[in-house]
Design a protein around this ligand. Structure first.
Ligand code: SF4
Length: 482
C-alpha cells in the first residue's frame, strides 16, 4: 500500500539559519519515493532562512493539506524542546503514527519511551528498516523501539531534494563520502552514532550525485563534505578532489571535521584547485596536558604545521576548541588562547564541553564534577552574546570561570558581531574583561575587512570575475533584506 509520508526537522528558535537541507530525511525520503510513496520533507531549520523568499506554512497547515499517513521527526538533543512542541502540535492535528529518529536516541535511549503520542522510536541509521516500517506503521498504544544495524556503504543512497519544501532555493549541497570514525577522542560521540568502522562510499557515484544535483538545482553554489573523518584515506580524498575539479562545477567546496594529521600539502593544493575555501582543524585544547587527555592520537605540533600549510595556500583557517575538557581550568584555558593567537585562525569555535552519555569525558565528569541538563544545550556560539549556563563544571573550573573563558576567547578571536558591543561591554564589566573588550572593539572591523578581501581574492582566482561579482551582489541583497 502506498502511503503519504511527512518528514519534519524542527528548527531551533535562535540566531542561526541553516543553508543545508537535512540529509537523512531527503535520503530516507528518496528511498520511499522510489517505492512509490508520496513524500514531503519540511526542514524548518532550513526553511527559517528562506522566510522573505517564500511563504513557509506552519505545521498544522502542512498536515491539513498533505494529509500524511505516517510522520517522521528527527530529534537532535539541542532542539529537544522544539521537538516536544512539534509533537504536541502534530498530535492535536492528526492521528497519523509518529516515528521519532535521530542522534538523540543513541545518547538518551530512554527518552519518549512512555510517550503515548509516539508509535515508534528508531535508534541508529534507518536505511535498512524504513521501507518496511512505513508500510506496516500503525498507531501504537506505547512506542515500539526499533534498533537499527549500520547499513553498508552500498546501502547509502543519494538524497532526493525534489521532495523537500523550498529546495529550489538550496545553495549548499551536502554529501558524505564515508561514515564512521576509527578514533577514540574522549569527548566525541561519533562512534556511538556512526560506528568505528569507516564505511567508504563509491567515489564515482558520489561525484555523479553532486553533478546531477548541481544540474537540477543551479542555485547550488557550495558543496559541503560532512563525513565524520573525511580524509581518513588521504589518497582516496585526493582522488575525489581531482574528480570534482574535472567536473568543473563552479562551486565552492567546504569540508567539516578535518584532522591535522590527515592532511598534507598535495591535498591542500588539490583542495584549492577543486574550489576549497576553508579548513577547520579540531584542536580542542592548546594546553599539552589537557590535549593529551583527549586521546586524539595526534600532536599540537602537527596541528601548528597543518595550520601554517592552510594559510600558505590562502585558505580560510578555522580552529575548534573545547572549554572545560577533563583537567582544564581558567589558567590552562589561557594556553589555548595563546595557541590560537599564535596561529591566527580566521575564525575559532570555542565550544563548551558537553559530557555526552557513553563517552570517557562523561565518566570523568561523573567522578570529578557536576553534570547538568544536556537536553536543549546548544554549542553554537551566538554572535549576539546570548549564552546558556555551562552544562557541566568542576570545583577547579566553576561555571563563572567557564563563561569568562568563553567570553574572552570569543572576543579575542573576533567571533561576536560588532552590533553586540554594548552587551559585550556590560559582560566585560561584570567579569573584568576590559582588555579582551578593547581587542575586540578595535580589531573586529579590520578583521572582517581582511577576511572578506581574502575571500574575494581567492574567489576571483578560483572562479573569475563573473562568479565573484555575482557573490558580492547576492551578499549586498541579503544585507539590504536584513
Ligand atoms: S572528534 Fe573526530 S576524529 Fe575524534 S572520534 Fe570524533 S569524529 Fe573521530
Amino acid at each position: 500500500m502506498k502511503k503519504r509520508v511527512l518528514f519534519i526537522n524542527p528548527g531551533k528558535n535562535d540566531y542561526f539559519t541553516v543553508g543545508r537541507i537535512h540529509m537523512g530525511q531527503t535520503l530516507l525520503g528518496g528511498m520511499l519515493k522510489r517505492q512509490g510513496h508520496e513524500v514531503l520533507v519540511m526542514d524548518y531549520a532550513f526553511l527559517r532562512g528562506l522566510r522573505g523568499n517564500i511563504r513557509v506554512p506552519e505545521i498544522e497547515e502542512v498536515v491539513e493539506t498533505f494529509k500524511p499517513d505516517v510522520i517522521g521527526i528527527t530529534v537532535f538533543t539541542y532542539v529537544y524542546n522544539e521537538c516536544l512542541s512539534m509533537i504536541e502540535r502534530i498530535s492535536m492535528s492528526t492521528d497519523a503514527p509518529i516515528i521519532l529518529g535521530g542522534p538523540h536516541f543513541i545518547m538518551f535511549p530512554g527518552d519518549f519511551g512512555s510517550d503515548t503520542r509516539i508509535s515508534y522510536l528508531v535508534r541508529g541509521e534507518a536505511e535498512d528498516v524504513i521501507k518496511d516500517l512505513v508500510v506496516t506503521a500503525k498507531k501504537e498504544k506505547t512506542p515500539v523501539s526499533i534498533d537499527c544495524t549500520l547499513p553498508s556503504p552500498e546501502g547509502i543512497p543519494a538524497v532526493n531534494l525534489d521532495i523537500a519544501y523550498g529546495s529550489e532555493f538550496l545553495s549548499d549541497y551536502q554529501i558524505q563520502l564515508s561514515r564512521g570514525c576509527p578514533f577514540d577522542c574522549t569527548f566525541c560521540n561519533v562512534k556511538m552514532v556512526a560506528g568505528k568502522r569507516v564505511r567508504l562510499r563509491d567515489l564515482s557515484l558520489c561525484v555523479r550525485q553532486i553533478i546531477e544535483a548541481k544540474k537540477r538545482y543551479p542555485n547550488i553554489r557550495t558543496i559541503s563534505i560532512t563525513d565524520d573523518v573525511p580524509t581518513i584515506n588521504k589518497n582516496r580524498f585526493k582522488e575525489f578532489l581531482k574528480m570534482l575539479k574535472n567536473a568543473n562545477l563552479d562551486c565552492e567546496l567546504t569540508v567539516d571535521n578535518v584532522r591535522a594529521d590527515l592532511i598534507d600539502e598535495e591535498m591542500i593544493g588539490l583542495y584549492v584547485s577543486a574550489g576549497g575555501q576553508n579548513i577547520c582543524l579540531g584542536v580542542e585544547s592548546g594546553h599539552p596536558e589537557v590535549f593529551e587527555m583527549t586521546h586524539k592520537g595526534e600532536s599540537l605540533e602537527k596541528i601548528a604545521v597543518a595550520a601554517k600549510l592552510i594559510r600558505k595556500h590562502g585558505l580560510t583557517l578555522g580552529m575548534c576548541f573545547v572549554i572545560g575538557l577533563p583537567g582544564d581550568n581558567l589558567k590552562r584555558h589561557m594556553a589555548s588562547l595563546r595557541f590560537a593567537k599564535t596561529l591566527k585562525p580566521d575564525y575559532a569555535f570555542w565550544n563548551m564541553c558537553v559530557p555526552w552519555p557513553f563517552t570517557e569525558v562523561r565518566q570523568w565528569y561523573e567522578k570529578n564534577g557536576t553534570i547538568g541538563e544536556l537536553r536543549n544545550f546548544s554549542t553554537l556560539i551566538d554572535p549576539m552574546v546570548n549564552y546558556q549556563s555551562p552544562p557541566a563544571f568542576t570545583a577547579q573550573f566553576p561555571p563563572e570561570d567557564r563563561i569568562k573563558a568563553w567570553l574572552m576567547a570569543n572576543m579575542q578571536t573576533y567571533w561576536f558581531d560588532i552590533r553586540s558591543l554594548g552587551k559585550l561591554a556590560r559582560e566585560a564589566a561584570r567579569y573584568g574583561l576590559y582588555r579582551p573588550l578593547l581587542i575586540f572593539a578595535f580589531g573586529k572591523t579590520l578583521h572582517t575587512i581582511k577576511m572578506r578581501l581574502e575571500f574575494l581574492a581567492r574567489n576571483f582566482k578560483q572562479f573569475g570575475l563573473y562568479f565573484t561579482a555575482g557573490k558580492v551582489l547576492r551578499k549586498l541583497r541579503q544585507h539590504a533584506r536584513i
